[in-house]
Every structure is written in C-alpha cells, then in structure tokens.
Design a protein around this ligand. Structure first.
Ligand code: GLY
Length: 312
C-alpha cells in the first residue's frame, strides 16, 4: 500500500494512509487526503481559502479516477462547495456522466446534501486586490464585473511565478487498485469559467490499476494540450519504465508552441507501486508514504527542462 502526493498534500497524507491501513480502498484514501487539504484556509491553491478568478470568485476544479474499471468523475468551475473532490466522487458513483461544470455541478452538490459556503477568505481577497492591475493614480481597477475588457486583465494579473498550485494524490490499496485525484482553485486570477487540467481525465489525472497513474500540477493548459497524465500511463502500458515514461511525457511538453508556457510538474506510480515525480522547474519535491513508514518522506522530482515564455 502506498500514497504519493504533491508536497502540499502533507497535511492529508497520514489520514490517507490511515484509510488504507483500516481496509479502505484507494478511492477512499485519495478522497480523505484531499479533503483535508481542501479545508485548509492556508492552502491558497485548493478549496476553501483558494485564490479567486479575476472577478474575485473562487471557482474549484477536481477530478478522481478509479483505475480499476477506469471510472471517473469531475467537477469544474464550481463555486460555493469546499469539497470538490467529494462532489467529483459522487459524480463518478451516482451519475451516468463523468463531468459537471458550474451551475450544474453546484446544483448536484446541493441536491446530494453538501453544504454551501463562501470560499473566499479575507486573506485571499486581500492578495487578489493587491494583484489586480492599478490605473495611473494607483487605484485598484474598479467595477470589474461591469467591464467588457476583463480578458485583457487576465494576462497582466496572472504571474506564473505566484499563481499556480493544485493538490495531487495517488494511492494503491491492499488489493492493488490504484486511484488518482486532483483538486484545485485553479490558476489564480483566471478568466471566469476557465477550466484547467485538474478535472480533465487524461490531462490532469489518469489511473489504470494494471499499469499506473499520474497527476499534474502547474499550468493546466499545457497538460490539456499534451494529454500529460494519460501519456505517462500509455508509455507505461507500452513497456517503458516509470523513469522513461515520466521523462517522455515531460519531453512532450517541449513540443508545445505559443506564448504561454510555464511550470508543469507531475507525480506518477506504476502498477508495482514504484513512484516518481517530474518537473520542468528545479528543486521540486513530492511526498510518499508506504504502510511500513511512520511518516511520509519528501523526495526530489526529476528535473526535465522545457522552454518557458509568457505573453511575448
Ligand atoms: N494545474 C491546475 C490548473 O492549471 O488549474
């Protein structure tokens, strides 16, 4: 049994392992770990306390995939519910659908009994206001909701160095089943309605219990364009080692053109429970915990450089 997570999953990884140790499934373990991160107001890239979109609205994306049977559920651009990962799981388990967005996801969350909550904390609101473009008098841009040029502000307000984040969990249970889960408030100051990779099966997450799983953080548009999480698992399915599969999926990102290329990272496991992390940024880490360990270990991600450019 093993749980692997992005480093910001530290608050949840012990609980995730506890679920496995008490006989829970990989899906139970992933959901339990991510819920703790989603509830933490100090984590500004996930759940309650997450940074908002350019209009100051917190919109959550999450996805979960059960690698046994390839079941999946996702929610995107969902406001007002902390535990996007649990709503995504309920989409997977209760509906004949895979993906709900916006008002539909919120309606479903309410119908099945999740409690509404204002997700924008004072701390996140303050940073959002500080990061908004200012006019020459130094005033923060006003009446954003009434403007018809908000799209221009997104590039200015968005700073690849400071606005990314997401939590990833991968778990393999005692029966060998693998689950991948991802939850995020997305790219801070994003355009309203923007979906990142986190709820998109094959982009931000993929799991197949026979071969392995992967989950991404960073600039989701890149993972969507390269189908990164699915690529890792397909390379494993084709016989690559975990190290080869991760390097090849990172190298695929270097084929992307365009003006918006930034940091991308992912964690991965294979069907034997071997794990690794990869990033095009230096000094990245991830965490892992097996049933035999008293506490998780923090490990270096393999650095695979890819080109970066922003708005040029
Ligand atoms: N990887 C998270 C996002 O782009 O929203």
């Amino acid at each position: 049994m093993i749980v692997v997570a992005s480093t910001n999953g530290l608050t949840g990884i012990q609980e995730s392992m506890n679920v496995l140790l008490s006989g829970g499934s990989a899906v139970d373990a992933v959901e339990a770990g991510i819920r703790i991160v989603e509830a933490d107001p100090e984590e500004h890239s996930v759940g309650y306390g997450g940074y908002p979109n350019v209009l100051g609205q917190v919109e959550l994306d999450a996805g979960i995939m059960d690698g046994t049977g390839l079941s999946a559920g996702s929610v995107g651009a969902m406001r007002g519910y902390t535990h996007a990962i649990s709503v995504a799981r309920q989409v997977m388990e209760k509906l004949p659908h895979v993906f709900l967005v916006s008002e539909g996801a919120e309606r479903f969350a309410g119908e099945i009994g999740f409690q509404r909550r204002d997700l924008l904390t004072d701390a996140a609101r303050t940073v959002w206001q500080q990061r908004l473009p200012r006019d020459p008098s130094g005033e923060v841009a006003s009446d954003l909701a009434g403007r018809n040029d908000v799209w221009k502000l997104v590039e200015i307000a968005t700073d690849p160095e400071r606005t990314q984040g997401t939590v990833n969990f991968l778990a393999q249970d005692a029966a060998g089943n693998i689950c991948a889960g991802v939850s995020t408030s997305g790219w801070a100051w994003k355009y309203p309605g923007r979906l990142g990779d986190s709820p998109i099966i094959g982009a931000g997450l993929y799991a197949d219990s026979r071969f392995g799983a992967a989950a991404c953080t960073g600039m989701g548009e890149m993972a969507i364009r390269a189908a990164t999480a699915h690529s890792v698992v397909i390379y494993l399915k084709m016989g690559a080692t975990l190290g080869e599969a991760g390097r090849r999926a990172m190298a695929d990102l270097d084929d992307l053109g365009g003006r918006y290329l930034a940091q991308m990272s992912f964690i991965a496991i294979d069907g034997d429970g071997n794990h690794a992390g990869f990033s095009n940024g230096e000094d990245g880490t991830y965490i892992a915990m097996t049933a035999e360990m008293d506490e998780p270990e923090e490990l270096a991600r393999t650095h695979v450089p890819t080109k970066a450019r922003w708005g040029m």
